[in-house]
Design a protein. Structure first.
Length: 133
C-alpha cells in the first residue's frame, strides 16, 4: 500500500467566521508560549560546545549574582533559573545527548557570563551473557 500527500487549495484552510467557542485558557497558553519564544533569542544568548569529555555551556546573565541563580541537573537535562529576588528573570533548559556527571561538573560566573563545564557520564553496558544449554 502506498501513501502520498494530498494537496489542498489554500481556501480550504481559511476560516470566514469566528470560532463558536472561545477557550481562554488555550489562548492564554499559546500567547505566553509564543511570546516567550519570540523573546528567547533576545533575552538569552547561549552557546554550547561539545568537547571530548565535557559540554561547555555559556549563558549571558548580566546583572545577576551567583546567589540569584539556581542550576539543576537531572540526567541529561540542565536547567538554569533565577530566584524570585533577582533583578531579571532567567528560565532556560537544555537537553544533551549523554547524561551529565554532576561530580565532574563546574559552574563559574564572571562579568555577567555563566559558564557551565558539564562532565559527560560514560555509558556503562549492562549486558550479561546467557549460556546456551
Amino acid at each position: 500500500m502506498f501513501y502520498s500527500l494530498a494537496t489542498r487549495p489554500a481556501r480550504s484552510f481559511q476560516r470566514s467566521h469566528a470560532p463558536a467557542v472561545s477557550n481562554g485558557a488555550l489562548e492564554s497558553f499559546l500567547s505566553d508560549t509564543f511570546s516567550s519564544l519570540s523573546n528567547a533569542g533576545t533575552a538569552k544568548a547561549a552557546t554550547v560546545e561539545d568537547l571530548e569529555k565535557t559540554y561547555t555551556l555559556q549563558l549571558d546573565v548580566p546583572g545577576l549574582a551567583k546567589e540569584q541563580l539556581d542550576i539543576g541537573i537531572e540526567g541529561d537535562v540542565v536547567r538554569v533559573t533565577s530566584k524570585d529576588d533577582a533583578a531579571r528573570k532567567v528560565k532556560a533548559a537544555w537537553r544533551f545527548p549523554l547524561e551529565i556527571d554532576v561530580a565532574s561538573s563546574t559552574a563559574k560566573l564572571e562579568n555577567g557570563v555563566l559558564t557551565l563545564t558539564l562532565g559527560k557520564k560514560v555509558p556503562v553496558s549492562n549486558v550479561s551473557q546467557l549460556a546456551i544449554q
